[in-house]
Design a binder for this molecule. Structure first.
Ligand SMILES: Cc1ncc(COP(=O)(O)O)c(C=O)c1O
Length: 381
């Protein structure tokens, strides 16, 4: 019995060939492959504009900058998310205000957002947590009449759908991750998508020190035009090496999502025989890519979450604690982040774990995980 990882990126000969070609081309920084990756990503995600950056964290930062969020503004965010969601708000000098999440989906809802809103709320960052699509329409129904910007943190969302279209389409601006734990990977990397051309233009400039002429454009001309630095920008560029990998990965997206959904369906079937474990599932308004297949360990299960993790580890299954609660981290300890109680966040973060799902996972490996869960169900403490 060999150890099963929680996630394994699916990278192969095509990615190697694509990177080799970039190296041979002599242009490895942001250039034509980044432009091609942006175009392809926009097509696949049905976005009007896509701007590639170095990570989802930097994508979230730029999203808030182009939306005009800054000091004195409040931004409603889930605490139940990777810490980068809230950190991006701090980067622009605004205040993250934590809202609780729905106990079934783990996502913000219009009700939890409404409860956290303050007179200073200028934006909300909704998250498609673990790839579960947020009910964006309901949140927009609340925010639009108030002029509150809706940012979607779709770090985990590539391949998930909301009302028949890719997630991210309905937000003012969305941010994506290509970290290896995600469905499409470029090693590190991110994307900003938006329907607003002026926001896309500004994000495109800001990622490259706010230069009036990009490095690729200057390289292409014999007498390089003098660039101007229109405002204080950042170096949030993606490289052509990464983008070449991203283009191949994007081509694999339908296959990867289909396989993950197959694995999730087998887990769901097997877990139906194990009382006390509730697996994540598609919400009524969309489909999950199952970027994270999480399971809630209920009070009627004989082990608590941490004991179950230890049991799985002994069976050579690398599961992981569920999503973190940002408000409990030392970085947010003394910080004023609103006063909403977060009982669902605290419950889910303490009672959920993430099971292994990766494209190459074999039937025997799925069986090994399910066996370990069944044997845990029979354990008495
Ligand atoms: C919801 C969410 N937002 C943002 C991020 C940050 O992504 P990146 O590592 O690409 O900066 C992550 C990464 O785990 C995430 O899960």
């Amino acid at each position: 019995m060999s150890r099963i990882n929680v996630m394994q990126p699916w990278l192969g000969a095509e990615e190697i060939a694509a990177v080799t070609e970039v190296i041979r081309s002599g242009w490895v920084a942001q250039g034509p492959r980044v432009a091609a990756f942006e175009q392809e990503f926009a097509r696949v995600q049905q976005a009007d504009h896509a701007v590639a950056v170095s990570s989802c964290t930097t994508a979230l930062h730029l999203a808030l900058v182009v939306a005009g969020i800054g000091p004195g503004d409040d931004v409603v965010v889930p605490s139940f998310s990777f810490i980068a969601t809230a950190n991006a708000v701090v980067y622009v000098g605004a205040r993250p205000v934590f809202a609780d999440v729905d106990p079934v989906t783990g996502n913000l809802t219009a009700d939890t957002v409404a409860a956290a809103m303050t007179p200073g709320t200028r934006a909300v960052i909704v998250v498609d947590q673990g790839g579960v699509p947020v009910d964006l329409g309901a949140v927009r129904g609340l925010c639009d009449p108030l002029g509150v910007v809706v940012v979607e943190d779709a770090a985990c969302g590539a391949g998930s759908t909301y009302r028949g279209r890719p997630v991210g389409v309905g937000a003012d601006v969305a941010a994506w991750s290509f970290h290896p734990r995600k469905i499409v990977t470029t090693g590190e990397g991110g994307m900003v998508t938006t329907s607003r051309p002026e926001w896309a233009d500004r994000a495109r400039r800001l990622r490259e020190h706010a230069m009036s002429v990009s490095a690729a454009e200057r390289h292409a001309s014999v007498l390089a035009p003098a660039e101007q630095y229109l405002e204080v920008g950042f170096n949030y560029r993606m490289t052509d090496l990464q983008a070449a990998v991203g283009i191949v990965q994007l081509g694999r997206l339908p296959e990867v999502v289909a396989r993950r959904r197959e694995i999730a369906a087998v887990y769901t079937d097997q877990l139906a025989e194990v009382p006390g474990l509730r697996p994540v599932a598609d919400p009524p308004w969309g489909t999950c890519n199952f970027q994270s297949f999480w399971v809630e360990v209920g009070p009627d299960f004989p082990l608590d979450r941490d004991a179950l993790l230890a049991h799985l580890a002994a069976a050579e299954v690398s599961a992981r604690r569920g999503i973190m609660a940002t408000h409990r981290q030392p970085a947010y300890a003394g910080r004023d982040a609103g006063s909403q109680p977060l009982p669902v966040t605290e419950h889910l973060t303490d009672s959920t774990l993430i099971l292994p799902v990766f494209h190459q996972m074999s039937g025997a490996q799925i069986e090994q995980v399910a066996d370990a869960l069944r044997s845990a169900a029979a354990v008495r403490i």
